[in-house]
Ligand binder design. Structure first.
Ligand code: SER
Length: 319
């Protein structure tokens, strides 16, 4: 068996930052090559500058670094994507084509492609959204993820590329910040609360969305990628669930730890995006096929976020 050599694309993003560190723990620092369009000055670990639209450069990195697995995390998210739909389509789709082609041409062992709850739309069942259901995304981000899922399945069926994918809910993390998503409020709210500030939410108080804590996000990704290929029955993308809550519910949860915390609501254009998504997800296929089970619910996650961010801000004050 050849040695695992990993390329993470979009390694400086919200998930990429934490996933790269986790993969380095698992595969060894020098076997995980981080890449991003933005330079990374943080440490001396392997890093390559990469614009995902540059297929030749991607191919060169894969060849020279002897890459065997690719985690393709680079994309423009739902809210940012609406500001420039053509550019979003270009980056999200042509970036994926470059990854799928390089995987096919260089016989890459496995590829990870994150999809999203953004593939769902107004006519998708809102509660317990099934795995196989109507996908009528209204954001360009969601449309690109929907098309991307089908392209992944196509490359698996036609070319035998072992692509695996998860429909991520909103990801909540203390280690890194999200950028340009509709679920970002659920991270920002913690930063404000821990710093003793009030929070103005860009969604209505009763807008329920599916969410997941970062440790579960990373574990789900690694468990999916480690599962034997024959267990992966869904080659578009797996529904994945951990918890669902509204802004009011998360604010109430935070108040149990920070009683003076106050939230107010001022919905903007992101309300329509959130309203088009579903509220709770049926992920029984993931549980059945490769044994998915979340470890964090809303109260466990809230407690941990407040502890971890508390440490972070305390450290900053001491510097
Ligand atoms: N968190 C993403 C967004 O809000 C959804 O995948 O765009």
């Amino acid at each position: 068996m050849r040695k695992d050599r990993i390329l993470v694309i979009g390694a400086n993003g919200q998930i990429g930052t934490v996933l790269t560190a986790a993969l380095r723990e698992h595969y060894g620092n020098n076997n995980v090559i981080a890449s991003d369009i933005r330079a990374n000055n943080d440490d001396n670990s392997p890093f390559e500058l990469l614009n995902i639209l540059d297929g030749e450069r991607l191919s060169e990195i894969v060849k020279t670094k002897k890459i065997t697995q690719i985690y393709h995390l680079a994309a423009i998210l739902s809210a940012s994507g609406e500001k420039n739909p053509r550019k979003t389509w270009d980056i999200n789709m042509n970036g994926l084509f470059n990854v799928l082609d390089v995987a096919k041409d260089h016989a890459i062992d496995k590829v990870f492609f994150p999809s999203s709850i953004a593939v769902f739309g107004k006519t998708t069942p809102k509660y317990d959204t099934p795995q196989h259901t109507i996908l009528d995304a209204t954001t360009i981000y969601g449309i690109s993820k929907d098309a991307g899922e089908s392209w992944c399945q196509y490359y698996f069926l036609k070319h035998g590329v072992d692509v695996r994918s998860l429909r991520f809910p909103g990801v909540i993390s203390y280690q890194s910040m999200p950028g340009g998503g509709t679920t970002d409020y659920a991270v920002d709210i913690f930063h404000k609360a821990v710093q003793g500030q009030n929070f103005e939410c860009f969604l209505e108080k009763d807008t329920m969305l599916p969410m997941i804590y970062m440790p579960d996000t990373i574990r789900a990704t690694c468990e999916l990628m480690d599962a034997p290929a024959e267990k992966i029955k869904i080659r578009t993308s797996y529904n994945l669930a951990a918890m669902s809550f509204t802004p009011q519910e998360i604010a109430d949860e935070i108040k149990q730890h920070i009683p003076n915390f106050k939230i107010s609501y001022k919905p903007d254009f992101r309300q329509a995006i959130a309203d088009s998504w579903t509220a709770t997800i049926d992920d029984s296929e993931a549980r059945k096929d490769w044994g998915w089970k979340e470890a964090f619910d809303i109260s466990k996650m809230t407690k941990d976020m407040i502890i971890q961010l508390g440490k972070k801000y305390q450290k900053k004050q001491m510097i």
